[in-house]
Structure formats: C-alpha cells, structure tokens
Design a protein around this ligand. Structure first.
Ligand SMILES: [Zn+2]
Length: 282
C-alpha cells in the first residue's frame, strides 16, 4: 500500500515540524498545501527539497490553491493562470509528481447544468492542464462538496467528465472520500476504483451530507468494503490521509496507517450509533 499524508489541517509552521511528524508517523510520502503556513512563501524550494530528501521524505503531490467558493470571474483568469504557473514551478522543484486541483467555474456558467455545457470553464481547465503538462506534472481533479461553483457538489461522474474534456494526457481524478459522503453518492467502490484515470485518493471519514474529514472509523464510511476493493483494483494508487482532528499528530497518522494496512477487516464495524448499513448503500 502506498500511504501518504496531507499537510492540510496540520497547521505547520516550519518544514522541521513536517519532518518530525513524518518520522513519528513513519510515512515518507507527503501532499503539501501551497497555502499552508510553511510552504506559502517558499523562496528556495530546492533547499527545502534537499533537506526533506536528506530525511528520506518525498513530496508526492501539491494541492493547488483555489478561488473563494471555486468561482472565477472572466477578469480573474489571467491571474489564476499566473498563480497556477508559479505553483507548477514550485511543485516541479519540490520533486512532486501530482497537482491536486479543484476545478473552478466561470461565474456566468454556474447555472449551466452539465459539465460539458460549461465551455469557457472547460477552456480554462484545459489551459491549466496543459501548463501542468509542460512541467511534466499529472493533474488530479478532485470531486467536491457543495460550494458556490458547484452548488450540488461535483460528484465522481462529473469529475470524470471533466477529465474527459481535457486534451492533454496528464489529467485524471482524485477521489476524496469525505466529499463522496458529503455528496451522498451511491456509486459503488468497484466502479469508482476501476476507473483508469484515478490518480489519487484522499482518505478520511465523514457522515452522509457532511464534509468532516474525520479519522477513519469515526464516521459512516464502509472501510472494510472500500479496502477490499482498493486492494483488488488499485493498490498502487497513493492513498493520502487527509484527516482533521484535535489530536492530529504523527502518532495518530501512524495508527491510521496501521488500520488501513490491516486493521480494517471486511465486516469491521464502528460502535457509532449513527452508523448505517454501508454494505447496503455502497
Ligand atoms: Zn481532499
């Protein structure tokens, strides 16, 4: 299993903290958020990369920043592309292979119902993907909970549709399990995990209709069933722990990794009274 963790929710103040957490978790692959404290104003990515390499840490992916509510005005496109180019540069210098991207929507296209009818947004996503391709980066479009750009949420089928609109070959999708629950989707894991362009998975737990990013086992996600299909269909796909908890530290990440690697046997149940029969629903 290729397990990584995300710096989202860790509130890091310095790369040294990342090194400490990675050591205590014994997880060496990392996804960084460009807008979190210690990576926002990196002036010398090469220096940081070298210090991480010395510690055996690998930046697997970078989460690109996104506009407020996922909405973008026509006049903001140039700046968005410029910012994205900077992120690509940083990503490439940090040695990452993937960029995670929340597809923004042009303000006047929000009401267009289908992905394929949002022509100007498609044009923008293509420009962004091409830019990532120029830096030899794969771009992973993430399924999203409801926001201003995607009022009903961007579900898995729509995320896949976005990737089908991209002309370069570097585009795929990132499955976020909390967002999957927030959108109350009923697409089966077998179907989702078989998709050839699944690049990354953001792993966390949640309750249906909520985007909570809880540690696995604290929500309604059916881990036994999910991990069974994961092992069969895509055990090489990086599984990135993107967990929010007041107790989040290296030790908790370590426990979650052990749980993912063996603790969640098929049929495993939480004792949460809110849990519903996921075998029926997934
Ligand atoms: Zn995510």
């Amino acid at each position: 299993m290729n397990i990584a963790f995300s710096t989202n929710f860790l509130n890091l103040r310095a790369p040294k903290e990342l090194i400490d957490i990675s050591k205590s978790a014994q997880i060496i692959d990392i996804e960084i958020w460009t807008n979190d404290g210690c990576f926002m104003n990196i002036r010398s990515p090469n220096k940081i990369q070298n210090s991480l390499i010395d510690e055996g840490i690998n930046i697997l992916s970078v989460h690109a920043p996104f506009p407020d509510g996922g909405l973008i005005k026509k006049g903001e496109i140039t700046d968005h592309i410029k910012l994205f180019k900077e992120v690509c540069k940083k990503c490439s210098r940090l040695g990452a292979s993937y960029l995670v991207y929340h597809a923004p929507v042009l303000r006047n296209e929000v009401k267009k119902k289908t992905v394929k009818s949002k022509a100007k947004s498609i044009k923008l996503w293509n420009k962004i993907s091409k830019l990532a391709d120029d830096f030899e980066l794969k771009i992973a479009f993430e399924n999203l909970p409801s926001n201003k750009a995607w009022p009903l949420g961007l579900n898995i089928s729509e995320t896949k549709e976005i990737t089908e609109c991209i002309h370069t070959k570097n585009a795929g999708f990132c499955l976020d399990l909390s967002h999957y629950l927030a959108n109350n989707e009923y697409v089966g894991y077998e179907e989702i995990l078989s998709k050839q362009n699944l690049l990354l998975i953001h792993a966390s737990d949640s309750l249906r209709h909520h985007d909570l990013h809880l540690p696995p086992g604290e929500g309604e996600h059916g881990w036994g069933k999910f991990l069974k299909y994961f092992r069969i269909k895509c055990s090489d796909t990086p599984l990135i722990l993107e967990v929010k908890s007041p107790y989040l530290d290296g030790k908790l990440l370590r426990k979650i990794m052990c749980f993912m690697e063996g603790g969640a046997e098929e049929g495993w149940k939480t004792n949460s009274s809110r849990r519903i029969n996921d075998n029926r629903q997934n």
